[in-house]
Design a protein around this ligand. Structure first.
Ligand code: PMP
Length: 306
C-alpha cells in the first residue's frame, strides 16, 4: 500500500507505523485518538470540522494526563498535510500513545508519540481483511442491560480513549451473534446514553431527544445535527430519558463521523415506522450530507479544503 503516515513530524510508510507489543498504551488501554471525515465537495475534497476534532483530542489527552508534544495549530497543519499526501483518503485518524515499555501504570517515561493516518476504509483496510465488513444501512439494535458501562466516575465519556471501548467489545460481539447490528449503552440509572461508537437520538412528540453532554462522547456529528435541527425549527432537548421513552419514540437514529445520520428500524424486536426511514431522520440525513459536502454556504467555515 502506498499510504504514508505522519509520525512525530516525519512521514513513514503505512507498514512502518508499528509499536512494540509491550508498549504502555497497548498494554494499558491509554491510547487517545480522534477520527475525522474527509468529503468530496464541489471545490475539491475537504476535512470536516478538523479544529473541533483536534480540540476534542486535546481534551482527551488532558483527561488521560497524556503529555502532548505538539500545539493545536501544529496538529491541524500535520493532519492537513497527511490528507494532502494521501489522495483519495476519506478519513483521518490521529492517535496519541505512550510507546514506552514499562510495567508501572505511572510510566517512567510518560511521553507520547503521535501518528496521523489518512485512508479510505473500504479500499485500504476492509479490502485487505478476511471476509466482508458488516454492512447495515438500516440498524437493528439491542439494549445492553448486563452492564451499565457509561459511568462518569470511571473514564469520563467525553474522553476518546481506547479503554472506554473495551467493555463494549464482548457485548457487541454477543449482539452480532444474536443478529443485531449494534448495542445501546445505559448509565447506572438505566438512562439511554449512546452506542459504543455513535451518539443516539430519538424523535418523541416531534422533538429531538439526545442524552446530556456529560453522559456521552461529545460527537461532532451530534453537535452538527443539533445545529441543523435547530435551524430547521425542530425543538431539541439534551436530557436524560429512559428505555420507555426510547421504545415509544416515533424515530430513532445514530450519529457519527463514519455513518452520518444512521436510521434505526428496530430495538430488541420493537419496530419503528414499519421498518422505513422516518421523515425527521431522512431530513436530517439529507441536510447533514449537504453540509459535509459543501452544499450549504451557512456551514462553509467547517470545511478545510485539502
Ligand atoms: N460516541 C462515541 C463513544 C464514539 O466513539 C463516537 C465516534 N467518534 C461518537 C459518539 C460519534 O462522534 P463523532 O460524531 O464525532 O464521530
Amino acid at each position: 500500500m502506498n499510504r504514508v503516515i505522519w509520525r512525530d513530524g516525519a512521514f513513514i510508510d503505512w507498514g512502518e507505523a508499528t509499536v512494540h507489543v509491550l508498549s504502555q498504551s497497548l498494554q494499558r488501554g491509554s491510547l487517545a485518538f480522534d477520527y475525522i471525515g474527509i468529503y468530496r465537495t464541489p471545490r475539491g475534497p475537504a476535512v470536516f470540522r478538523l479544529d473541533d476534532h483536534v480540540d476534542r483530542l486535546l481534551r482527551t489527552c488532558a483527561v488521560m494526563d497524556l503529555p502532548l508534544a505538539y500545539p493545536r495549530e501544529q496538529l491541524i497543519d500535520a493532519a492537513m498535510e497527511t490528507a494532502r499526501r494521501n489522495p483519495g483518503a476519506r478519513s483521518l485518524r490521529i492517535s496519541v500513545l505512550n510507546t514506552s515499555i514499562d510495567l508501572d501504570l505511572a510510566a517512567q517515561d510518560p511521553s507520547t508519540t503521535v501518528f496521523i493516518a489518512a485512508f479510505d476504509f473500504a479500499k485500504d483496510i476492509a479490502a485487505h481483511n478476511p471476509g466482508t465488513p458488516h454492512h447495515a444501512p438500516l440498524l437493528r439494535l439491542s439494549i445492553e442491560r448486563g452492564k451499565r458501562s457509561r459511568r462518569e466516575d470511571t473514564i469520563p465519556p467525553q474522553a476518546k480513549v481506547a479503554a472506554s471501548y473495551t467493555p463494549s467489545i464482548p457485548a457487541k460481539q454477543r449482539a452480532r451473534r444474536e443478529g443485531y447490528d449494534d448495542i445501546i449503552l445505559l448509565d447506572e440509572a438505566d438512562n439511554v446514553t449512546e452506542a459504543p461508537t455513535a451518539n443516539l437520538f430519538a424523535v418523541a412528540d416531534g422533538r429531538l431527544l439526545t442524552a446530556p453532554g456529560h453522559k456521552v462522547l461529545l460527537g461532532i456529528t451530534r453537535d452538527t445535527v443539533l445545529q441543523i435541527a435547530r435551524g430547521l425549527g425542530i425543538a431539541c432537548e439534551e436530557r436524560d430519558f429512559g428505555v420507555d421513552t426510547l421504545l415509544t419514540a416515533s424515530e430513532v437514529f445514530l450519529t457519527g463521523t463514519s455513518v452520518g445520520v444512521w436510521p434505526v428500524i428496530e430495538i430488541d424486536g420493537h419496530r419503528y415506522g414499519n421498518g422505513a426511514v422516518g421523515p425527521v431522520t431522512e431530513r436530517l440525513q439529507t441536510q447533514l450530507r449537504a453540509v459535509q459536502h459543501g452544499e450549504d454556504a451557512r456551514f462553509e467555515h467547517w470545511l478545510r479544503r485539502i
